[in-house]
Ligand binder design. Sequence first.
Ligand code: BG6
Length: 469
Amino acid sequence: MRSFQPHLFVILGASGDLTSRKLAPALFHLMERHNELRCCHILGVARSDMSDAAFRDSVRDALHERHPEGSDLSAWCDDHVFYQSLGGGGNGYDGLARRIASIEKECGLPGNRVFYLALPPKTFPGTIEALGQANLHKTAGWARLVIEKPFGHDLTSAHALNDLVHRYFSESQIFRIDHYLGKETVQNLLVFRFGNALFESVWHRGQIERVDIQVHESLGVETRAGYYDQSGALRDMVQNHITQLLSLVAMEAPARFDADSIRQEKIKVLESIVPLRPEDVLLGQYAAGDVDGKPVRAYGEETGVPDGSTTETFVRLRMEIANWRWRGVPFILETGKRMPKKRTRIAIRFQPAPVSLFRPYEDTCNVRPNILEITLQPDEGFNLHFDVKQPRMPLRLTPRRLRFRYDEVFGDLPQAYETLLGDVIQGDQTLFVHADEVINSWRLYTPVLEAGLPVHPYAPGSPGPDSAS
Ligand code: BG6
């Protein structure tokens, strides 16, 4: 039975913007919805010196954005939010261990701990080692470790990071976050496929011609060049978010609706993907140009991007899943920054009708393939495209769609972090990435990263390099 138990939520890297932008708002949303979660205590940890009071104020700012008039959770912060410095007089991780023990004693907590690494990826190994050396994972209650993406930067480093984490935490304690899995529409993929027999009966190579998964962003790299230039679109989006979408679209029905069964099926999909060849991959980088009449800089001229950078901001690749369900069906994965608009969609294109009955009327009766379009953002829902006859003569076909939009029916959707943090606290790993998923994904993409493929320029606001079309 899922429940919120009293615990200490330790945020490592608490002075960074993830805490104020995502984590604190998500925890407050959850507490507003679930009173019983107010048994949670938060300990912010970072290098900088800060008092408990100063950290409480920074956390309250996140709350005030939602409730400018004030909220009863503001007073809650006084005896539930704390801060510990790792630098200066904080005595590092031994000091942290003592502080955790003292908060747990003072607040009557049973020793349940979440350690959230809201840190730059290069500091993950050192932090995990330090937590382990200070024996912080050994507790009378449960301990859970939450790790942000990217988990490693290639196959070797992902193996090394898994080995290190497993030295101190078992797989059932590790929550590798991919925020796409917290999106309501992504979770709905499972319900859509396995709760509606109609779609499942046509979900295979006999009926489907191709599958497109596109994650387009209109923004450029903004202020994140320091991270992004080391990463690029393949590591930043494809290896994790897009591969997760692919697994959910392609997986077999799990034996049960639980974390182990679902993750096993996702792993099987990744194991069946045919190794990528250079000709299956197109990389691009946005050049300078105009968007909506305003000049925008080339990626290479963005603040913090080193001269001559060849980091890709666009990826398009074609892959094949060599299993009974999908052999021969191309999956086209595409993502890019500075694309015409922000849009995430999965398009399932069905086989055309076997016979063209309307051939004598070809100029007016162009039969189009049926497409099921699942839109993940900005307008979450789906469209089913089909042709209808226009009334009267001559015989004329016209495309129409059946349309469903989440917001029209359910209003605002929860933020991904709200869903995911709720699951961490309740110990549900269904929406988190298993060690074997990470490894299989890096196994697929590491050869592409190491192949030194050319990176083609594309105009901002365009659909990518010319050859992408
Ligand atoms: C992040 C990437 O994981 O996802 C960003 O690091 C990207 O580069 C972002 O912009 C996209 O997320 P969303 O939810 O806006 O599609």
